[in-house]
Design a protein around this ligand. Sequence first.
Ligand code: SF4
Length: 150
Amino acid sequence: MNGGAWWSGGLYFSCLGCGRCCAESPGTVRFTPDEELAMANLLMVSASEFRARYVWRRYGKPSLRERANYDCVFLSPSARYCVVYGAHPAQCREFPFWPEVLSSKESWDRFALSCVGMNQGDFHDGAEISARLQRQLDAQKSSCQLRRDG
Ligand code: SF4
C-alpha cells in the first residue's frame, strides 16, 4: 500500500520543539472523544469544563481554541511547550505526516518552509509514514462532533 507514493522511499523529520506548528496562523485542531477525555483528565477538569474553557467551533466541529495571536490554547506563552503533551491529539502527534502535507512533494516542501524539523533528523521509512498517515485519517474520521452544549 502506498508503494507508489512519492514519499514511499522515506522522509527525514525530527521535531525541534520550536512550537511554530502550534502558532502563527489560524488552524483547526480536532480530537476524538477519547483524546478529549485524556486532555481533561491531565488538566484535572471535567469534560464539560474542558469544553467550556478550551474548545470552540471551527467549520462546524469542535476544535481547540486559539489565543488572539493564533497560538494554540495549550501552547505555553513563554516556554513554548505543549501543556497537554502526552495527551495531545493524534493530529498533533502525527504532524507532518498529514494527508495535505504528503499530497505532493511541493506541498511537503511548502510546509517545510515553516517547520525547521522537516528534511532533517530521523529517517522515517515508507511503512512508518503509511501507518502514521492512516492513524491521522482514522482520527479525522472519529473526531468529536458538536454536542448540544457545543
Ligand atoms: S514547526 Fe516543526 S520543529 Fe517546530 S514544533 Fe512544529 S513540528 Fe516541531
